[in-house]
Design a protein around this ligand. Structure first.
Ligand code: PA5
Length: 405
C-alpha cells in the first residue's frame, strides 16, 4: 500500500467530499482507466507480449513515436526500471528539432529497428512528421513489404489518419480504447507495448495497479482532498520531488497528468518537479525561502538495495570517518528526512512512501496518481479529461504552415 503523511501546517481536509467525486467521475464516458487493471482486454494483452517478443528477436532498436499521453507513461516506467532487453527504446515524435532527429538517426545507423507509432487521434503533427521520416528509413533499409511488418501502430479503433493508413498497409495495430484519454492510457497498448519491448514484466505492472484499484486506498482521497484544500488557500504550485534520479520521467508523466487535467478555466495547481539531492543545491533555496504559494510532494522509496557503502580508510583527510561503512541508502534516507523537516517548517510537505521501484509498485503509483488527479480536478470544478487549451498553439501552427482547411 502507498503510505501518505502530511508535514507542516495544512488546512483541514475533507476526504468524504473527495470520495463523493468518485461517484461523479463514474458517470463520465472517459473513465475506462478506472477499472482497466481488473478489466483489460486479455487478447490484446497477449498480442502485445507476442509483438514485444518479435521486436526483441529482430530489432536492436524500437523507435517509439508519440507525444504527451502517447509518450510519457511508457518512458516513465522504462527509465525507472532500466531493464535489460535485446531492444533499446528510442523516443521520437515529441519534438521537432532537426538536431534531435539527427541524433536518433545517427544512433540507429545501420542497425535493425522497428517503429511503434502511437497517436490516439492519429493526426497530431509532431508524431505524424516523425513517422514519415522513420517509415522512409525503414523502407529504404528493408523495402516496403518488410518495412510494413516492422511498423506497430497504436491508435483509435475506427478513425483517424493513422488508423486508415494502418488498415491500408497492414501494420500490426493496437487500440487506444475510446473511453481512455492520452494521459490516462499508460496501462493500455499505448504504454504496454514499448514497456514490454523494454523487458519490463507487464503482468506485474498490471498486478500493482490492480492491487491499488481493489484496495480503494484512503490515501488517494486524502491526497486529492489535500490538494483541493491547499488550492483554496492559494497554494497554486506543487513540486513533486524524489531522491531517485530514475524517477525523472515519472515526474514528467505526473506533470503532464496533473497539468493537462487541471489547468483550465483559470484553475489548477501548476505542477513542477525536482530531483534531490541535485536540486537541493538550486531550487532547494526557493523551496525553503521563496514565495510561499508553493508546497511539496516527496516520493520516498524505502528500498535499500543495492548495498553500496562508504569505504573505510586509514586516514580521515576528507573528514568522512563518521560515515564509514554506512550505506548510500542510509545517507540518502537521512537527506530525505532532513529535507522534510527543513522544508515543512516553512511550507506543507506531503510524503508518499513506496517500498520499491519495481513493476508492481510503479503500477500502484500510476493508479494512485491517475485517480487522485481526476478527483482533484473534479474538486476544482474542471473536466479532467479534455485539453481545449492545447488547440490554440496547434491552430496557429497550422495557419503558419499553411495546412489546408
Ligand atoms: O493527454 C492527452 O490527451 C494528450 O497529451 C495527448 O496524449 C497528446 O496530445 C497526443 O495526442 P495523440 O495521441 O492524439 O497524438
Amino acid at each position: 500500500m502507498i503510505k501518505l503523511d502530511i508535514h507542516g501546517q495544512v488546512p483541514a481536509i475533507d476526504t468524504a467530499v473527495a470520495k463523493a467525486k468518485l461517484d461523479e467521475l463514474k458517470s463520465s464516458d472517459m473513465v475506462g482507466w478506472l477499472t482497466l487493471p481488473t478489466d483489460y482486454d486479455q487478447d490484446e494483452f497477449a498480442r502485445i507480449k507476442a509483438a514485444a517478443q518479435k521486436i526483441n528477436s529482430d530489432s536492436k532498436y524500437l523507435v517509439c513515436i508519440g507525444i504527451g499521453g502517447s509518450y510519457l507513461g511508457h518512458r516513465a516506467v522504462i527509465e525507472a526500471l532500466n531493464k535489460k532487453s535485446p531492444t533499446k527504446i528510442l523516443y521520437a515524435g515529441n519534438f521537432l528539432s532537426p538536431a534531435s532527429f539527427q541524433q536518433i538517426l545517427d544512433e540507429l545507423g545501420d542497425a535493425d529497428f522497428s517503429v511503434n507509432v502511437i497517436s490516439k487521434s492519429g493526426t497530431t503533427t509532431e508524431p505524424a512528421v516523425a513517422f514519415r521520416i522513420f517509415k522512409q528509413k525503414l523502407i529504404d533499409k528493408y523495402g516496403e513489404k518488410e518495412a510494413y511488418q516492422r511498423i506497430y501502430a497504436t491508435t483509435d479503433s475506427s478513425k483517424g489518419a493513422l488508423h486508415d493508413e494502418a488498415s491500408a498497409n497492414g501494420y500490426a495495430s493496437f487500440v487506444v480504447p475510446d473511453n481512455i484519454g492520452g494521459r490516462y492510457s499508460v496501462l493500455t497498448a499505448v504504454g504496454l507495448l514499448p514497456i514490454a519491448a523494454a523487458g519490463v514484466d507487464i503482468d506485474q505492472l498490471m498486478a500493482g495497479a490492480r492491487a491499488e484499484q481493489e484496495a480503494d486506498d484512503e490515501s488517494i482521497y486524502k491526497y486529492a482532498a489535500l490538494r483541493a484544500a491547499l488550492f483554496q488557500k492559494d497554494y497554486d504550485l506543487e513540486v513533486l520531488a524524489s531522491f531517485e534520479p530514475r524517477l525523472f520521467y515519472f515526474a514528467e508523466w505526473w506533470k503532464q497528468l496533473y497539468g493537462e487535467s487541471e489547468g483550465k478555466n483559470s484553475q489548477g495547481i501548476f505542477p513542477a518537479a525536482t530531483i534531490y539531492t541535485t536540486d537541493l543545491h538550486s531550487l532547494g533555496q526557493y523551496m525553503q525561502e521563496g514565495r510561499r504559494n508553493i508546497y511539496e510532494t516527496i516520493i520516498n522509496v524505502t528500498d535499500e538495495s543495492p548495498l553500496i557503502t562508504v569505504p573505510a580508510l586509514k586516514e580521515n583527510l576528507d573528514g568522512l570517518k563518521y560515515l564509514e561503512n554506512k550505506s548510500l541508502a542510509y545517507i540518502n534516507q537521512n537527506a530525505l528526512r532532513a529535507t522534510v523537516t527543513a522544508h515543512s517548517t516553512s511550507i506543507p510537505v506531503v510524503e508518499i512512501t513506496t517500498e520499491k521501484i519495481d513493476e508492481y509498485h510503479l503500477g500502484q503509483l500510476i493508479y494512485f496518481f491517475e485517480l487522485s488527479c481526476a478527483i482533484s480536478a473534479k474538486l476544482q470544478g474542471v473536466d479532467p479529461f479534455n485539453q481545449p487549451g492545447v488547440e490554440a498553439y496547434k491552430n496557429e501552427m497550422f495557419r503558419l504552415l499553411g495546412k489546408p482547411n
